[in-house]
Design a protein around this ligand. Sequence first.
Ligand SMILES: *[C@@H]1O[C@H](CO)[C@@H](O)[C@H](O)[C@H]1NC(C)=O
Ligand SMILES: *[C@@H]1O[C@H](CO)[C@@H](O)[C@H](O)[C@H]1NC(C)=O
Ligand SMILES: *[C@@H]1O[C@H](CO)[C@@H](O)[C@H](O)[C@H]1NC(C)=O
Ligand SMILES: *[C@@H]1O[C@H](CO)[C@@H](O)[C@H](O)[C@H]1NC(C)=O
Length: 358
Amino acid sequence: MASVSRLIRFAVIITLLGPFVSLISASPTYGNVPSPKYPFASPKCRHPLIRKDWRALSASEKKAYIAAVQCLGNKRKAKSISGIPGLQTRYDDFQGVHSVQTPNIHWVGHFMLWHRYYIAIYEKTLREVCGYRGAQPYWNWTIDINSGKDMSQWPIFNNNTGFGGNGVYIDGENPFGIPERSGGGCVPRGPFAWPKWSVNLGPGSSLDYNPRCLARDFSRPMMRWATQELVNWVLDVKKYSDFAYRLENVPVFTVPNVHGAGHFGVGGALGALGDVYASPGDPIFFLHHTTMDRMLWTWQKRKLPARLYDVGGPIIPFDYTGPNITLGFKVGLGKLAPNVTLAQIMNLQGDILCYDYQ
Ligand SMILES: *[C@@H]1O[C@H](CO)[C@@H](O)[C@H](O)[C@H]1NC(C)=O
Ligand SMILES: *[C@@H]1O[C@H](CO)[C@@H](O)[C@H](O)[C@H]1NC(C)=O
Ligand SMILES: *[C@@H]1O[C@H](CO)[C@@H](O)[C@H](O)[C@H]1NC(C)=O
Ligand SMILES: *[C@@H]1O[C@H](CO)[C@@H](O)[C@H](O)[C@H]1NC(C)=O
């Protein structure tokens, strides 16, 4: 990989690390109660999908989700529609759109909201293209960390009912000094082992068709950044722009942040999830980011409806003194979905989005 792309990767990483954190208390008013009790729901959202933690899904729900993800990644069943040359599958569309937009969607005010929309369209595609009937699950890492169990024993990494575990250990470069990296090679078992699953784009920003195994490189110390204290710290702000800042924080490996915990705890130095551009090649990407979306919703719910209208943070990465995003700011997913304004996606049960969290 060229050194420039390594630098960019480093910067991105830092962003990812930004302390992300979370949801402590459910509000007694809106708590986990789906509409119609939620008073700000659009008439267009009568039956929100209820997103659950991976561990809360039944065995058959887990199986159905994994089958749908495999379906999106199966090029015989589906073909790219994003218009990015070289892509082979509907899953590649998502990896490609993330890769193309990586320089504009990290360390900006719309980081979380872009990903909110991205996940919602992914969830919609799983349902519409692959017949999935459930909601996008999330992964509450803090519960696993607090269990005291080894990462290989965590439900999400189960070989049979989860996403498979660590990659086999290989020696390799570790330019950012990820501590205790322990894999780096191909994930040997489970539904995403080669050749059942193939990561087709990357490494880095390359959009060339480059099918290869899914690699993971667990780092226990990085994973353990995602503590409840860190989650609480992110949530403990009054303004959206501060929430957005704390989620990503400063891009260095010495400052814990929840976003980076998932990316580098699982992806380490050599795994797909640690690759800023190509990270959606590991399907766990979507569960990790959905947890952060749940954090944002937790923060919003603490003050409704005010926090349905509060946005801020830089338009240009790291430009903290320059112009801020506003509700009229548009985000898009290339040809995958219509562009939307931030105002349209602030509400989980609005005219565009229709889901809630358990
Ligand atoms: C994880 O679960 C714990 C226990 O239910 C909860 O307190 C915490 O807010 C959850 N974290 C996230 C990020 O959802
Ligand atoms: C999953 O499979 C790998 C490779 O065979 C093995 O090393 C690991 O122990 C298995 N995990 C569990 C939890 O059994
Ligand atoms: C953007 O918002 C930040 C934080 O509220 C503020 O300090 C900054 O001055 C704003 N930028 C502009 C150009 O107004
Ligand atoms: C979304 O906006 C971008 C930038 O303005 C534009 O190039 C693109 O064509 C729009 N996409 C759609 C699907 O309208």
